[in-house]
Design a protein around this ligand. Structure first.
Ligand SMILES: Nc1ncnc2c1ncn2[C@@H]1O[C@H](COP(=O)(O)OP(=O)(O)O)[C@@H](O)[C@H]1O
Ligand SMILES: O=C(O)C1=C[C@@H](OP(=O)(O)O)[C@@H](O)[C@H](O)C1
Ligand SMILES: [Mg+2]
Length: 173
């Protein structure tokens, strides 16, 4: 991956399915790099004044995706950030195109491991019901998009957040 491929924006952008550890690893990386951790889910919640689960119930997924897109446009201009996106951010073709100029890392995770990490998935409305089945379907549908935007793929099963962060730092050079 080497030097960042664009001369502006976050040092690194983490993508991957729910439970892959994007928010956790971004926080660790930011601390190690002396940067700010920015998470577009948090930005959306702050702007909307409510949790994502409430946005889905009150307004539906399409409204959430529009708010997420606006948060991504703003966050990709933030030079001081280590940025974690929501798992579905890469569904938007404009977002995928925008990510082409950035150091994007795909955190890969198996269905079984992701299911263990997210538990019942109550904070993640798309996983409600049968978490394993929802995760399997999400992963299958999205894997081509994660692969498309990623400059680096890191497997996260059976590895600690510290080990994963260290591998990413090595590649950042
Ligand atoms: N490598 C890891 N090993 C074990 N648990 C992890 C790992 N990475 C994250 N977790 C845990 O999994 C849960 C989901 O992590 P999170 O960072 O919110 O993922 P994401 O943002 O990709 O949905 C959290 O409870 C977190 O502590
Ligand atoms: O996969 C998805 O479509 C979503 C993932 C969530 O973020 P995490 O991947 O951080 O859990 C959050 O953006 C929202 O619940 C939708
Ligand atoms: Mg997250």
């Amino acid at each position: 991956m080497g030097q960042r491929v664009s001369n502006a924006g976050p040092v690194v952008v983490l993508v991957g399915p729910p439970g892959s550890g994007k928010s956790t690893i971004a926080e660790l990386l930011a601390a190690k790099l002396g940067k700010t951790h920015r998470d577009t889910d948090t930005d959306v919640e702050t702007e909307a004044g409510k949790p994502i689960s409430d946005i889905f119930v009150d307004s539906g997924e399409a409204v959430f995706r529009a708010q997420e897109r606006a948060a991504i446009i703003a966050a990709l201009k933030d030079d001081d950030a280590v940025l974690s996106l929501g798992g579905g951010a890469i569904l938007d073709p404009d977002t995928r195109a925008d990510l082409a100029g950035h150091n994007v890392v795909f955190l890969n995770v198996s269905v079984g491991e992701a299911a263990k990490r997210v538990g019942l998935g109550v904070a993640r409305p798309l996983l409600l019901g049968n978490v394993r089945t929802q995760l399997r379907n999400l992963l299958e549908a999205r894997r081509p998009y994660y692969d498309e935007v990623a400059k680096l793929t890191v497997d996260t099963d059976n590895r600690t957040p510290a080990e994963i962060a260290a591998e990413i730092l090595e590649h950042l050079g």
